[in-house]
Design a protein around this ligand. Structure first.
Ligand code: ZN
Length: 123
């Protein structure tokens, strides 16, 4: 399953980020996942909890924010949120569009057991 390799790389980032907070457990991790990333949130949650066993993220909550598909039109300049990636501007029907959202896969925040928060900007 694709989500296992994604979860494993997320865990590597989390453990690296959390290293400066000693060995206290990570209790929650916030993620932004684009609808086009191909990741199924439930599958990722499952993979994450399985891989977290015995690690500092054991039992951590994964808060997933799904990012909609967003396109920017070169013809009329408007930015639209679209349901599926047909990539046609809903305003002028133009096909000169640029994908500006929907491929995200990033950790936006994580919470360490003693209440410290670590924020990470876009990678
Ligand atoms: Zn347009």
């Amino acid at each position: 399953m694709h989500e296992f390799s994604v979860a494993e790389s997320l865990l590597a980032i989390i453990e690296q980020e959390a290293a400066s907070y000693g060995t206290t457990p990570v209790v929650a991790v916030k993620l932004r996942i684009g609808k086009l990333s191909g990741i199924v949130p439930d599958a990722l949650r499952f993979a994450f909890s399985v891989l977290s066993e015995g690690r500092r993220t054991d039992g951590a909550t994964l808060l997933i924010e799904e990012v909609p598909i967003q396109i920017s039109c070169r013809a009329c300049g408007r930015v639209s949120t679209v349901a599926d990636p047909f990539l046609l501007c809903p305003h002028c029907r133009g096909s000169e569009v640029e994908l500006t959202g929907g491929r995200e896969l990033e950790i936006t925040e994580m919470e360490i057991a003693d209440g410290n928060q670590s924020c990470q900007e876009h990678p």
